[in-house]
Design a protein around this ligand. Sequence first.
Ligand code: F6R
Length: 366
Amino acid sequence: EKGGYDHFMLKEIHEQPEAIFDTFRGRLLSNEAMIKLAGVEDNMKKFLAADRIIVVACGTSWHAGLVSEYIFEDLARIPVEVEYASEFRYRNPVITEKDIVIAISQSGETADTLAAIKLAKSKGAFVFGVCNVVGSSIARETDAGAYTHAGPEIGVASTKAFTTQITVLTLMALRLARAKGTLSSSEFRHHLIELETIPSKVEEALKSDAYVQTVADIYKYATNFLYLGRGFNFPVALEGALKLKEISYIHAEGYPAAEMKHGPIALIDEQMPVVVIATKKGHYEKVVSNIQEIKSRKGKIIGIVTKGDVSVKELADHVIEVPETLECLTPLLTTIPLQLLSYHIAVMLDKNVDQPRNLAKSVTVE
Ligand code: F6R
């Protein structure tokens, strides 16, 4: 059932090229320059009239929501707020009929997310679900939705659910961008063509596995890790840190790279591995100067870079390459080595990768 892999998590990491393909199959029609998402199409008026989108989710799904904030705002120019479902539901939030709430959940059973949906509906908002499990409570409770079609995710640490959630949300943003005219038809077409190449680029990113293992071996006894990223890749830094925490039990924190000098830089010494997402285009020069700041404090730098990178290579202790793509699609690639890094460290530390202590696959109690 693990398809020859030692753990479900590793199997699911390797399933991502196919899972992402399944997510856009029949929806991304690049020849016709179209995106078809029934749940969006049927409610286009509501989407176009919306003042803003509020995303509610927990954990990894919340991180996918944060990535979508950058994508929706950049491509479709719709203001987005991303909320922890558990905070939103108890905050007496301001919600109106002109709001669209997107609930993101792999399991479709997360108690806080479900309660947030019920609250939003009671205030008249239109609620759209992005779920993986077909027929789940959240899928049923929402007014419309789009499934991720990632297939069953068994490992407690979410991997392919995350990248397929980002894929669905990107399709939505692109469809709305086209309807609103915030992308020209040639830009739109270019995005579709690039998105179509992502499965093969994920495949290529997975080839860093052997090198990631050597990096994992060097840092497996570290007691703290920092993960830094900017823009579209800031949420990926948060997700990388969460993956490491939950399966290896190593303390890790994700930060927007520029926030480092407002506090966390005090933590950096020669014991501290710092994973920095430094792909080209994504504020590259600024991230390079953040890397210099870490280096001058003797931190150990693991850079996630675009293939062919030169500047980060000169500064970093290790670099892991991912293929080049459009900036807004980079999270789908930069996530891959971070999943592999946490996986290998957890295996080397002999932790229960698929069922980490204290965690459950779906959190049906608040
Ligand atoms: C992390 C993880 C959790 C879930 C969270 C939400 O790897 O699995 O953080 O992402 O419990 O779960 P869903 O997406 O099922 O609502």
